[in-house]
Design a protein around this ligand. Structure first.
Ligand code: GLN
Ligand code: ZN
Length: 764
């Protein structure tokens, strides 16, 4: 009989209960006992959902208060001393590592948090010392949670991050030089002890995640697999299912012979279905294959016909006993349940499947291949109908958009003249001084703004009233920019709830959920819009606000748009057409917007692309270059329709461009503003080495903190930048938008920033 399995379930709860409980606990509004009780309730509820639909392998230890990698850091006692030395309660020590701790005379910043592969989830990076040792917690969380489920009558399959990935995803602590993978021998006994305890508690199988297998691996990391897993296989241990996801493992096939004694290998057949047959060829004689056919990263209903075909292919080669039907990855990256969506168009809702629905999907597929399609005929028929409805819907297919895409030419991607000629025109047209000052777009989103937006959404004030309010806000920020003597103004983005959602709501082809929250990090959740069909722009999206702002300003007004890649990456994309096609559709919509802005008298236009880097395919080489080619093209298509005298800006929230500098240069943006205040000015060296000719505004102060940078501090930053960039190349701006700041500190910081710029302007 073919087993069904889920690799992980979202932790937050249907109403983000975990977020609320965590935040209440942090604010001292919930006791520790109540927090623990709430977590227990959520775990049980999530196990029950899976048990009730009949999932065979239900995960445990997929729950985490903050992050599952952080759970392992604490459980293995890989806790840097700056956290352990205060004698905090375990849960507080844990949160201190996750989010910093500033209380009762203790002041430690958090450990570093980075993106989990190419997802929008962030994990806490294990941080190791040169003399690092490991010690298993006396009451290890996976055992505790396994027993908790068992007590409720549910036998689970604990999920762990594997030893190689745990080390390879970590780093040496500040001032340390240890190569994490060299710690393997120290770490393995701890894994062995944990696995033995799980077995003793009654766990038959354990899921052990080694997602680093989808990366290009350094030889010493590759070589770590065989010795690691030799030590973790045997009668005293549970059987191991080694899980990979978000990519294929074909380029790491030389690792698989060393893993043939494990019970099963899990692969992602949603992302890389083509790896199926070759992986089967690498399996051990009795080894099982867990087929990830239900997408853990997106919200689309699984195409049962296709998934069943895939699983059948595996069964033909391996037999039913050696095949498992699974989600492609943990369902952590999908919203909780479709049931709470009351406002989605019925037609569209039929096409979706969130975590709760996906757990039922693995069961149906497993049943179909075990007992034959007749056993689930109704499910298959309903599914086929939904697939058919989606494929033929007018919402999905817009002939006008396709027609337009067929007419896109090479020339549409290029500005009229090269940069020097453009700049000559922009200089006279915009009358910019040396060291021009500007901001990145948003000004503080005050409580008043949120109140009015809420009232408008709820229909408590009219569109005209809301519009008047926005105009008043714009007037206010213009007055402030006058006082600050900035050089290029912004309208402040008071009308925007979110930089992607705002545009999505104004484009055809998008839909929005009311409760489709997905964990981004810690207690923070995002609600990505969903691209359901061909994208087009029925009407201008930002022209009214920018035009109004320009009409009352004495200085150039900068129009502000979110770029095509960021719109795509921060949404749930379609899975029925390639992402490059969706990016091009977004680009065409934005191109119209850019041209309309110019026609409305906006001669500086910024197209933000902070998500460009996170879209980079996990492996270098051809796939990455392909991505960069279409990503760059979509930016160029959206911006190249303007006159030479109009200045195109772009913005990135980081300054590590070494790996893909050629793509940044290829954007051909007249001005780039980038984060730099927390990074090393040395990172600017790449602009010199590559003889980058255009203009750059490396952020001169951190916008994430309420701290006010002094004028002299900002001057020092500019001085450092001048070691790399020419005076006539340099813009002066903060790191990023100011929406999360208060007005008081914003004004003070910008006053110092403008004074620093004036100092250099007079000096040069
Ligand atoms: N223009 C946006 C803002 O200022 C940019 C935000 C971002 O880069 N994440 O808010
Ligand atoms: Zn930014």
């Amino acid at each position: 009989m073919v087993q069904s399995s889920v690799l992980g379930f979202p932790r937050m709860g249907g109403n983000r209960e975990l977020k609320k409980a965590n935040e209440a606990y942090w604010a001292d509004k919930l006791s520790r006992d109540d927090l623990l009780a709430e977590a227990k309730r959520l775990r049980l509820a999530h196990w029950k959902i899976q048990k009730d639909v009949g999932v065979d392998s239900i995960p445990s230890n997929d729950f985490a208060f903050y992050d599952h990698v952080l759970d392992h850091i604490q459980m293995f006692n890989a806790i840097p001393e700056r956290y352990s030395k205060h004698g905090l309660a375990p849960i507080d020590e844990y949160f201190a590592m996750g989010r910093g701790h500033q209380k009762d005379g203790i002041d430690v910043p958090s450990l570093e948090m980075v993106k989990w592969f190419d997802s929008n989830y962030h994990y806490v990076k294990p941080t190791f010392q040169d003399n690092q040792t490991f010690k298993l917690d006396s009451d290890p969380k996976p055992v505790r949670e396994f027993l908790e489920a068992k007590e409720a009558g549910i036998v689970t399959r604990p999920a762990l991050v594997g030893p190689v990935s745990f080390l390879a995803l970590g780093k040496a602590d500040r001032g340390q030089t240890v190569d994490p993978i060299s710690l393997l021998d120290n770490l393995l006994p701890v894994y062995a002890e944990l696995l033995e305890k799980l077995k003793a508690a009654g766990a038959e199988t354990v899921q052990i995640d080694e997602p680093v297998l989808v990366y290009d691996l350094a030889p010493r990391v590759k070589d770590a697999f065989k010795p690691a897993y030799e030590k973790l296989v045997g009668d005293k241990f549970p059987k191991l299912v080694l899980a990979t996801y978000f990519g294929d493992i074909v380029h790491n096939f030389d690792v698989l012979p060393g893993l043939q004694n494990l019970y099963a290998i899990h692969i992602d057949l949603v992302r890389n279905p083509e790896q199926l047959e070759s992986v089967i060829g690498q399996l051990g004689a009795k080894q099982a294959l867990s087929c990830g056919v239900v997408d853990g990263r997106n919200i689309w209903k699984t195409n049962f016909k296709r998934a069943i075909e895939t699983v059948e292919t595996a069964i033909q080669k391996l037999g039913k006993e050696r095949v498992i039907v699974a989600t492609s990855s943990s369902l952590l990256h999908t919203p909780h349940s479709l049931d709470s969506e009351k406002k989605l168009p019925t037609e569209v809702k039929e096409w979706f499947s969130f975590a709760v629905q996906k757990t039922a999907e693995v069961v149906v597929i497993a049943k179909a291949v075990t007992e034959g399609p007749a056993s689930v005929r109704e499910d298959l028929e309903a599914n086929a109908k939904a697939m058919q409805s989606r494929a033929s819907s007018e919402r999905t297919n817009n002939p006008y958009v396709k027609e337009r895409q067929s007419k896109v030419t090479e020339a549409m991607h290029e500005r009229q003249s090269p940069f020097p000629e453009r700049y000559a025109q922009q200089k006279t047209h915009l009358k910019l001084p040396l060291f021009p000052t500007t901001t990145i777009g948003s000004f503080p989103q005050t409580k008043e703004i949120r109140i009015q937006r809420n009232k408008f959404t709820k229909g408590e004030i009219t569109a005209e009233e809301y519009e008047k309010f926005i105009e008043k806000e714009i007037e206010e920020v213009i007055k402030i920019q006058d006082e600050l003597k900035l050089d290029v103004y912004v309208h402040g983005e008071p009308e925007r709830n979110d930089m992607v959602q705002y545009f999505g709501e104004r484009l055809d082809g998008y839909v929005f959920t009311t409760n489709g929250w997905v964990q981004s990090y810690g207690s923070r959740c995002v609600r990505p819009p969903i691209i359901v069909g061909d994208i087009s722009r029925p009407a201008p999206m930002s022209v009214k606000e920018s035009k109004y702002a320009a009409s009352i300003s004495s200085k150039p007004m900068k129009g502000m748009l979110t770029g095509p890649i960021t719109c795509l990456r921060w949404s749930f994309p379609r899975d029925d057409v390639h992402q490059s096609i969706q990016a091009q559709q977004l680009a065409l919509a934005l191109r119209d917007e850019v041209i309309d802005l110019e026609a409305a008298g906006i001669y500086v236009i910024q197209v933000d692309e902070p998500a460009l880097r996170e879209g980079l395919p996990l492996r270098s080489g051809r796939e990455r270059e392909n991505y960069l080619a279409w990503a760059v093209n979509s930016f160029k298509l959206s911006t190249a329709g303007v006159k030479d005298s109009t200045q195109i800006h772009s913005h990135f929230c980081y300054s590590e461009f070494q790996d893909f500098f050629h793509a940044i240069a290829a954007l051909d943006a007249d001005v780039l503003s980038i984060e730099n205040s927390k990074s090393d000015a040395k990172l600017l060296k790449v602009f010199v080495d590559q003889a980058y000719p255009r203009h750059i505004g490396p952020g001169v102060y951190d916008i994430h903190s309420p701290r006010i940078p002094s004028e002299s501090e900002i001057k020092d930053r500019i001085e450092e930048m001048l070691a790399y960039l020419k005076p006539n190349q340099l813009w002066v701006n903060p790191d990023c938008g100011l929406k999360t700041r208060q007005w008081k500190e914003t004004k003070a910081a910008l006053t110092n920033m403008v004074n620093a710029a004036i100092y250099y302007r007079e000096k040069y």
